[in-house]
Design a protein around this ligand. Sequence first.
Ligand code: SF4
Length: 355
Amino acid sequence: MNQAVYSSLKALHYHDRMSAMSAGRMPAPVHVRIKPTNVCNHNCYFCAYRTDDISLGEDMVVRDRIPQDKMREIVDDLIAMGVRAVTFSGGGEPLIYPYIAETIERLAAGGIKIASLTNGSRLKGKVADAVAAHATWIRVSIDGWDGPSYGEYRGVDADAFEDVMTNLADFSARGSDCVLGASVIVDERNAGHIVELCRRLKEAGAQHAKISPCIVSNAGEENNAYHAAFKDTVRAQISEARALDDHSFHVVDHYHDMEVDFAKPYRHCAFARVLTVIGADCKIYTCQDKAYTASGTLGSIADQSFREFWYGEENSQRLRDLNPAVACRHHCVADGKNRLLNDYLSLDPEHLPFV
Ligand code: SF4
């Protein structure tokens, strides 16, 4: 049987967490996203954390990063709590964080699985050694298809494109078990260059390229209107790029219209109890969609440990008070997962045997 990598059902596998929630107790998160730093060496015009049109990151302070001692304390807590996976993401560029190799090694020694999103510019040296040795997957964000376009997207020198391709090729040549993927965010500029970019990624050793639409507005209708002008070009490019699919490379098609109805039919965010976000400002956020916003803030771990905070009354109260039907009338990447979790948690135990 084929084994699925992407699925909304994964959280249901953790019966201890489901039982804790059913009993009204706070489970340890299964998965934690850590934003180690908000500093970035690229300056992407579309970055969701730096674009005023999108509400992500309204409270983000660019110079924030998690102090080394605090990161060590967080790692010890996550291991002690039985957290199963950590993904590093932005804010900024996670692999620029000066203690990233040490953090990866400590997490791995504690049995936690690791992944990272990255722009790929620092995927070399001892950082690449740590990623190759310990990470399950890494996904490199890329948009320009050659030096000049890449430089324009990211406010960097045109040479940076070939530097990243070299990093990918060198990383791939290690033959590590870490899955090397790419994330291609499509806008009007690169819509006609997807085949060209996928070919370069495959040549550089990427194992898949995930194609997704850029988000230009929190309003689904506005996004869909923006993409309507070049949607046919993208569909044709993706179909042509699929000719590159083989045992070593896949095009993953996530290019679709954004939903326009953000109403949530549930009153509790169960998903925020199994996946949480630690920001570079040492605050805990409900999720990626609400990171660095007041409405997504659960509390701060600046003066207490993550473990104390997570199991404390402030966190429980904040999560109890959060009603997605009211507070989350916007895009939520976990909506499908929340619908499943809420269904599962509403099952009547007396009737479970009647499968
Ligand atoms: S946006 Fe989604 S994941 Fe985030 S708090 Fe709301 S319902 Fe939960």
